[in-house]
Design a protein around this ligand. Structure first.
Ligand code: FES
Length: 153
């Protein structure tokens, strides 16, 4: 025969309130401490390599298809311009953040959300976007194409 423990009584209103307030306090403490811990141990974009190889020169043709990639958690495209140079651009529309796509037949970037149109170098050509696409610094070394950070706006 098993020993019988004391039967658990119903939770009192006081116990319930103490439990709820303790949990609320614990969540608040985590919410307050998390930014401090993140500040003390940064693992943000600064740690992500600023210089990244994204393509080889043979992958691109003037105003042809883009090479799409992520740079510091931002979807981006690399495009060869008519003069043979390269443009690295964010693919995040400056209107409300939709992802734009390159249309080689129209030689433009197009945002499907509100018909925003950007030039191959990221300038706004039509629609509601308020500013050009953020651009990347692009460097060519031999046959390799690298991005080396964001260009100043
Ligand atoms: S989000 Fe691109 S035009 Fe509105």
């Amino acid at each position: 025969m098993e020993p019988r423990g004391e039967p658990a009584g119903p939770i009192t209103r006081r116990d319930f309130l103490v439990m709820v307030l303790s949990l609320t306090g614990a969540f608040a403490a985590v919410g307050l401490l998390a930014p401090i811990v993140r500040y003390a141990f940064p693992r943000a974009k600064a740690e992500v390599a600023a210089r990244v190889r994204v393509a080889s020169t043979g992958q691109l043709t003037p105003l042809g298809d883009t090479v799409d990639f992520e740079y510091q958690e931002t979807p981006c495209s690399l495009l060869q311009l008519e003069d043979g140079t390269y443009a690295g651009l964010s693919r995040v529309c400056t209107h409300l953040g939709c992802i734009i796509t390159w249309e080689p037949d129209n030689t433009r970037f197009f945002c499907p959300c509100h018909a925003g149109v950007f030039s191959p170098t990221g300038e706004v050509l039509a629609g509601p976007p308020p500013s050009p696409l953020p651009a990347l610094k692009v460097a060519v070394q031999g046959e390799e194409i690298w991005v080396e950070g964001w260009s100043p706006a």
